[in-house]
Design a protein around this ligand. Sequence first.
Ligand SMILES: *Cc1c(COP(=O)(O)O)cnc(C)c1O
Length: 308
Amino acid sequence: MLLPPSDWLPQAPLEHLHLDWLTAAGIEVAILRLDQIDALISGNKWFKLIEHLKAADRAGAEGIISLGGAHSNHLHALAAAGQRLGFKTVGLLRGHAQETPTVQDLQAFGMQLHWLGYGGYRARNKPGFWEPWHAQYPQLYAVPEGGGGLTGALGCSAIQQQAQARLPTLGWSDYHAWWLACGTGTTLAGLVLAEAGAHPVYGALAVPDDHGVAPQVESILHAAGHGNGSYELQDASRGGFARVDPALLAFIKQTEQATGIPLEPLYTGKALLALKQQVEAGRFTTGTRLIFIHTGGLQGRRGFIASP
Ligand SMILES: *Cc1c(COP(=O)(O)O)cnc(C)c1O
């Protein structure tokens, strides 16, 4: 499999975020633009793939096979990486064939698609699921849905290193904490590992509390042999994953007008709105410096905003 030289990594800009509610509270926020790391590859899903790609390379694979839905940011990042770096990709999709903007991109990037239906997709964690796919594509390496687990988290440590390296461009010598959207918590776990307790990581959950994110984060930290990470999770889901309300959409629009930074409603919009609520509730003292991670996901909002 073709992999870039080890020093090749798409680089994320780190910028001051100028918003009235931050100025009013005397809080400084820098936004790490993972949505702008590369012309093709975007978002935290690329970082979650890094160590999986290295493992595939070590296994002598010619490419990657993975799974996701018709708006999947994970499959999008994988297909873009395959196109950009020149390896083969196969996507197993949930449901029945449909033409979303994401699916059109996957095809344009050269990913080969198979639609599993809903029942077929539900079987993805059953024993034997991968057997026929390994038989059909023996030269490909399988990556689990979303690129999660410890392997995914380890790639996300690079996010912390990139931000560290760019602090001087802000005129900052240090920061107090991280703030980011969480789905599975893999990205957060990677930051917690990279920080090793140096700075706390606040996770704004895009899924309701009961979705098992905390145990997932703990199991990654445990697998890494790391017991005492400093992090905190809170519900930012506004009633459910993919639930969108007028106040959220108005907030995203205002923020985009004030900063020129695009957000999507499922992760980054909810995470920044949750931060606003916490800042206004006096959660952080004046002078606090936070790094907010723009985890990307903008490709997925095309289909989302177009459909009711
Ligand atoms: C997948 C995703 C997340 C959540 O990442 P996890 O590692 O699963 O917590 C956050 N933001 C965006 C835009 C995503 O696509």
